[in-house]
Design a protein around this ligand. Sequence first.
Ligand code: NAP
Ligand code: MG
Length: 405
Amino acid sequence: MGKISMTTPLVEMDGDEMTRIIWKMIKDDLILPYVDLKADYYDLGLVNRDATDDQVTLDAAEATKKYGVAVKCATITPNRARMQEYKLKKLYKSPNATIRAHLDGTVFRGPILVDGIEPYVRTWKKPIMLARHAYGDIYKNSEIKIGGPGKAELVYTEADTGIEHRQLIHDFSGPGIVQGIHNTDASITNFARTCFNYALAQKMDLWFSTKDTISKTYDGNFKEIFQDLYDSEYREKFEKAGITYFYTLIDDAVARVIRSEGGFVWALKNYDGDVMSDMMATAFGSLAMMTSTLVSPTGAYEYEAAHGTVQRHYYKYLNGEKESTNSVATIFAWTGALNKRGELDGNAALQHFAKTLERATLDTIAAGKMTGDLAAITTLSHVEKLDSEEFILAIRDTLDRELAE
Ligand code: NAP
Ligand code: MG
């Protein structure tokens, strides 16, 4: 059988540490033997980010805009310790934050469900995709520690007229704290649009929740923008696709999510999404089984694993010890990108390959062959714990069998 050809490249962003090792194994064993890969390659490993003064990250983000599909390996976000370890010129920003800002994108996180790894919430049968608004609120706040008695006010001065709008926050009689936060209609609208588009593309219901009963103006504004956009541009498309848009108070949403079967997209404000995404990852079973997709309002997609570079495993690997790193989320980043490329280019063979590789990965686990992190939590009784490379080779066996069928 000949290799599957591609008409348009996808953007490939290489990364760091153990995930960089796994990246190469996935390409060598699971992609390149089957696909005549067209990739616009960017090395986002920390060494090359430092060598290029992080220009490579911006170039990769720009290429993602151009080609519309990217796949990214986990990368180190440097801190002081990394600065010494890699003798960096400076403390670079997180590549994910740089790319997200460049694309004005929204991150959708979702679990990979497989027989034998059961969610802690027994009712969940289908994935819940979490969409987190990634601008403003407490992440761009302004805070003051109040030393003693005095008035704290909100002041907005109109740029054109100089007119001041004032509102009392609190008349302090003793020490305390005060905080100012903001958001913009433009950013909220982009977020809403991306969520509606994503729900349509996935054919999943969209839920959105805020605390608008308490925050009538601030959270109320989020609710209104979503509703107005839905009514004016998306209601018909949703009805045609047989999916619904559902707004509810966040307290109610939390209760309904736990009782639900899953199978929907849950859009959340910045802080709610930050907290809930960590809870959902754990509740679904494993961080190593979470994917993450960055979607821009113009429809560019970047796929990656939700976990980091698995540093501890990397040092074992460097010492020549056996390690057992779970490659599932990284494989699904590749299949997500290949499938989207196939969809955009009308390349059915590429889409079929991506879907088969996903199935082969899940079937391998369901047959009891898995990495150590999954072996520790599986409900299956006959389990073979494999190291990183053995697991990928086991998937290859399943893949060859399923492609031949
Ligand atoms: P991490 O790489 O996600 O790993 C945390 C721990 O979770 C690991 O030590 C491991 O536990 C377990 N784990 C995560 N992924 C796994 C996998 N695929 N297979 C098996 N076990 C897995 O997070 P971190 O150690 O906090 O961060 C390491 C580096 O990654 C940091 O430099 C951080 O900046 C970066 N990071 C990057 C991204 C990204 O690029 N999107 C995201 C998060 C973090 P055990 O050690 O107990 O086996
Ligand atoms: Mg968090």
